[in-house]
Unconditional design. Structure first.
Length: 220
């Protein structure tokens, strides 16, 4: 099942390390990130969950709830957490986010998270490293699929959250390598006079060989 940007993200129920959840109820009015893993007790996943745990406070500041998913049982998740905390040199009792148990791969299939070219020991397709960012309106705002061999960059995921949350409220876009606090770009369809009123910090326009004034920058 392909879930496209702007689609309503399907609701679901699942067992997790924090008990059974109803996804929409769990998410509430927050933003959400679902990040999936090929399997428990695997090296790249252990580094990723450790990094996600370290960065969890930064996501909380942005009203973002994180939830992981792996195709093992809740019991395996809880035992695996000991390795993750050891790797992460963490003294916390538990991870700051739940892990979904998807033993039958129902959610992995439903959300199109299986890689037919990568097989586990049993010969079954492995779950890819998916990232789904869901808005408070329960609609998909961003999706990224990484193969099992490539770990994610959670600094980039946080950067994307900053951009999504800014551009949903302001009529701007964020350019290449943009970071929070950098200049944004004024949307091309906004007339010059209106842009001047909308952005009190000023609008600068780059002169281009084409003579077209579409490269307009401002600070928010």
């Amino acid at each position: 099942m392909a879930i496209l940007l702007g689609d309503k993200f399907p609701d679901f129920e699942a067992d997790t390390t924090e008990g059974r959840i109803h996804f929409y109820d769990w998410l509430g009015s927050s933003w959400g990130i679902i990040f999936s893993h090929p399997a428990d007790y695997t090296p790249v996943c252990t580094t990723e969950l450790g990094r996600a745990a370290k960065m969890s406070k930064e996501f909380e500041k942005r009203n973002v709830k994180m939830i992981a998913l792996s195709v093992n049982s809740v019991e395996d998740h809880i035992n695996w957490t000991k390795d993750i905390k050891f790797y992460n040199k963490s003294m916390a009792e538990k991870l700051p986010f739940p892990i979904i148990a998807d033993e039958r791969r129902n959610l992995a299939v439903k959300f199109g998270m299986l890689d037919p070219d990568s097989k586990d020991k049993a010969g079954l397709p492995m779950t890819v490293r998916a990232v789904f960012i869901i808005g408070p309106d329960k609609r998909l705002k961003l999706s990224i699929l990484y193969p099992a061999t490539t770990g994610r960059n959670f600094d980039e995921i946080l950067r994307v959250v900053h951009s999504l949350q800014l551009t949903v409220t302001k009529k701007v876009a964020t350019p290449v390598d943009w970071k929070l606090g950098d200049q944004c770009m004024v949307l091309p369809h906004i007339p010059e006079e209106q842009a001047t009123k909308m952005f009190p910090k000023g609008v600068s326009t780059m002169k281009l060989p084409s003579g077209k004034n579409y490269m307009r920058f401002t600070y928010i």
